[in-house]
Design a protein around this ligand. Structure first.
Ligand code: ADP
Length: 352
């Protein structure tokens, strides 16, 4: 027996009682499930239809672990990528903000693919879209569906789309989507991953044909592994390349300025930019982190104790710190990989 619970509107959430959460989980888990279902109940105290046949613990997992209520990334946090920002604004953000205008001929595609080397800002773009479009953001790594949720992936996918449906407008970001929608030979394909893939495509089909305000963003470093069905559903495919020299400068300046540590001259940043050709955004972040340790390391080498170190006495980050950091932080993407992305972009990418 589960005692009646009042939801925010004061009505009893029958759905929770009727589901009869058992004593299998510990108390806090049970509490968390109750709270979460309560939030999803309508004014009539019932769970929306979509969620009724789903397992409460999976709904709880989606709501508390996969849903991100405050993704906290804005366009201005992302260096460069003007082409992607422009396409995404028109294709995704405007339609989410003004569904009444974007109907018929103007109705947007519901699937977007972001592909390119790792650490170039694909996840940041996903979060920024949700932020700019005031949408709920759901993040899931497809490889976790196949590794962590063995045998339960399909159910979790259903719960994910079900909760997203109740939290519209919503952006579902599927990282490493290739591991879910790859073009493996059907006979060599594992039965459970085939079922998971089918379930995923069914869910996508479902909201694609309806009036739902849900956008699916798939991100991948291996676009060449995606099969034709996946490509067809991810109608817009944007290449997210390595940062340009201006974008790399911007990342250095932005990160150091945030901490009041930026004292480099234009000439010095120019030198760093030349030396960081081929670095991803994430490599640049690691480089700045390492360089910013330089002044501290130097002070400690001179015998100053960290506990007695006066913050004001720490010298600014200099070119030599970056030169030392460059020995530690190497680029993570090889030039041969870039050729694959560029080829795929020419063949399948949305170039405008
Ligand atoms: P991806 O999803 O492409 O693998 P992420 O979006 O997770 O990469 O980026 C990882 C980190 O690298 C970010 O948190 C950010 O600090 C940095 N980064 C990557 N690309 C950019 C960019 N274009 N502008 C600013 N920071 C970036």
């Amino acid at each position: 027996f589960v005692p009646p619970i009042r939801n925010n509107g004061g009505s009893t959430c029958n759905a929770i009682n009727s589901r009869g959460i058992t004593g299998k989980n510990d108390d806090s888990m049970e509490d968390s499930i109750k709270k979460c279902l309560e939030m999803l109940c309508g004014p009539d105290g019932e769970l929306p239809e979509k969620l009724r046949n789903l397992e409460p613990r999976l709904i709880e997992h989606v709501s508390n672990e996969i849903m991100d209520k405050d993704p906290n990334v804005r366009w201005d946090d992302i260096a460069g990528l003007d082409h992607a920002k422009k396409c995404v604004t028109e294709m995704v953000i405007w339609p989410l903000l003004r569904p009444d205008i974007f109907r018929g001929c103007r109705s947007p595609g519901r699937g977007l693919l972001l592909f390119g080397p790792p650490g170039t800002g694909k996840t940041m773009i996903g979060k920024a879209i949700a932020g700019e479009a005031k949408a709920t953001f759901f993040y899931i790594s497809a490889s976790s569906l196949t590794s962590k949720w063995i045998g339960e992936g399909e159910k979790l996918v259903r719960a994910l789309f079900g909760v997203a449906c109740c939290r519209q407008p919503a952006v579902i970001f599927v990282d490493e989507i290739d591991s879910l929608l790859s073009q493996r030979k059907s006979d060599g394909e594992h039965e459970s991953s085939r079922r998971l893939k089918t379930q995923f495509l069914i869910e996508m089909e479902g909201f694609d044909s309806g009036n739902e305000q849900i956008l699916l963003i798939g991100a991948t470093n291996r676009p060449q592994e995606l099969d034709e069905a996946a490509r067809r559903r991810l109608t817009k495919r944007l290449y997210i390349p390595l940062p340009s020299s201006e974008a790399r400068t911007w990342i250095i300046r932005n990160l150091l300025e945030k901490d009041g540590l930026f004292k480099l001259s234009e000439e010095e940043t120019g030198v760093i930019c030349k030396l960081t050709e081929g670095y991803s955004g994430s490599d640049m972040k690691n480089l700045v982190k390492d360089a910013s340790m330089g002044p501290l390391r130097e002070a400690l080498q001179q015998g100053v104790e960290i506990t007695k170190l006066n913050k004001e006495d720490v010298r600014p980050v200099m070119l030599k710190d970056f030169e030392a950091a460059l020995q530690e932080v190497r680029p993570s993407v090889s030039t041969s990989e870039l050729g694959i992305y560029e080829e795929w972009n020419k063949q399948f990418g949305s170039l405008s």
